[in-house]
Design a protein around this ligand. Structure first.
Ligand SMILES: Nc1ncnc2c1ncn2[C@@H]1O[C@H](COP(=O)(O)OP(=O)(O)O)[C@@H](O)[C@H]1O
Length: 412
């Protein structure tokens, strides 16, 4: 089944037939999240000092069912966002014996351990500009901790704003990217990864060339792979959903081929948002309209202006239209193959600034792109013999440039 890429309207019914569990955190879980987060944060502050708590400017949290293609696509996403550092793969960070045991049976590692490891890792200088975080958050408690972390990042930004350290505490940008595959695909891909990993590792052991890949027990057992999917669906899916309202949320259809998934990611990331900018910067830019906004009514505005000229300035408008017909068009027609004509003129009809607007609008209405530059040239007229001063006359030359789609017919 293919699912249309619907960035902000993921459909949980595509995941499984049963009703998803309620995404509401219990009071106990909220308390848990606060306790966990505060204890990790306190530890960091003690160890490093507040001014060293420099987190990445941009964090792209990559989520999705096991086998959805998170590992496969991290390099692509990193590049697409212009980042250079390697991704942080959460499951690879969790390598204590207890964590290994839990992972091997399809369960999740405890939130305290996960939060501690991730926060420490995120502080490494290589991630300062931004990083992809593969596999976080996975539970509602982790979601809550993420929110607390972002709150802290904002707090630090306010604290250091305007100080010499301000540049290390920029407005954080948080993206959630969820790769969607259904249960069947998730299981098939986990098992595929298992086969590929076995083959690869056997080859490494046989030849001594290359490095071994992590081999997960769940990738070789359909029931365990299914359990991993179900744990994802029951605990992670809703947790990720709850972030939709808070951060940039990208829902990616990952059911298709490698190329299709990459294309879906590119399309999703092409959407730029002002939320990435610092609020102060947004305020400064407020009066510059976004291109997509001004083009919506551009045609109606053009029609309104042209009718206005004809009604309110009939004489000037008639002169401009006649100037175009007699002086400009013969030259434009001669350049119909190339699609570019440049006309220099001193015609005084253009001395009225409104005439320039009229000329541009007339050409726009007819499908051309017109620009006009005014060149003022000083022409010496007389010399004052007593003082030696040269008196000049200012010559105004209008340079009209007309561009349009030229003829496609070329010499063979
Ligand atoms: N679009 C795709 N089409 C087919 N196979 C894929 C696709 N994306 C990933 N895979 C395969 O699925 C398996 C799991 O992918 P992986 O990136 O490790 O998933 P995740 O990191 O989300 O658990 C790998 O064998 C990978 O080659």
């Amino acid at each position: 089944m293919t699912v249309a890429s619907a960035p902000h309207t993921p459909n949980p019914s595509l995941l499984h037939n049963s009703e998803p569990p309620s995404p509401k955190l219990s009071d106990l879980e909220i308390k848990d999240a606060h306790l966990i987060f505060e204890s990790v944060w306190h530890e960091l502050e003690e160890q490093l000092g507040r001014q060293e708590l420099r987190f990445p400017k941009e964090i792209i949290l990559l989520g999705g069912a096991p086998g959805a293609g998170k590992g496969t696509n991290t390099a692509f996403i990193t590049k697409a966002r212009g980042l250079t550092c390697p991704p942080i793969v959460v499951s690879a960070l969790l390598d204590s014996p207890e964590a290994q045991r839990l992972k091997n049976t399809g369960h999740m590692v405890g939130d305290r351990e996960v939060i501690g490891l991730i926060l420490h890792e995120l502080l490494k200088p290589i991630y300062r500009d931004g990083v992809v975080l593969d596999g976080f958050p996975r539970t509602l408690v982790q979601v809550e901790c993420l929110k607390l972390l972002v709150d802290k990042m904002h707090q630090l930004r306010h604290e250091f704003y305007g100080t010499p350290l301000g540049i290390h505490f920029r407005q954080p940008t948080i993206h959630i990217m969820v790769l969607f595959v259904d249960e069947k695909e998730s299981i098939a891909r986990q098992l595929k990864r298992g086969r590929e990993t076995r083959e690869h590792n056997e080859e490494v052991l046989r030849t001594g060339v290359g490095t071994l890949w992590e081999d997960r027990a769940t990738d070789h057992d359909e029931a365990l792979a299914q359990r991993r999917y179900r744990v994802f669906k029951e605990q992670t899916w809703e947790a990720l959903q709850s972030l939709q309202e808070i951060f940039h949320y990208h829902f990616i259809n990952a059911q298709g081929s490698f190329a299709e998934v990459e294309e879906n990611i590119t399309t999703e990331l092409a959407y730029q948002s002002t939320l990435e900018l610092d609020p102060q910067t947004v305020d400064q830019l407020r009066d510059v309209p976004v291109a997509s906004e001004i083009i919506i009514h551009a045609r109606q505005e053009l029609v309104k202006r042209l009718d206005g000229y004809a009604m309110e300035q009939p004489k000037l408008f008639a002169s401009v239209v006649s100037f175009i017909g007699q002086k400009v068009m013969p030259i434009v027609i001669r350049h119909a193959i190339s699609g570019t004509a440049i006309i220099n003129t001193e015609d005084t009809v253009l001395d009225d600034p409104l005439a320039l607007s009229m000329l541009i609008d007339v050409f726009s209405e007819r499908g051309y792109h017109a620009t006009i530059d005014l060149h003022r040239i000083e022409v010496p007229e007389r010399v004052d013999l007593a003082t030696g001063q040269i008196h000049c006359r200012t010559k105004k030359v209008y340079r009209i440039s007309i561009r349009f789609q030229g003829s496609q017919i070329r010499r063979g």
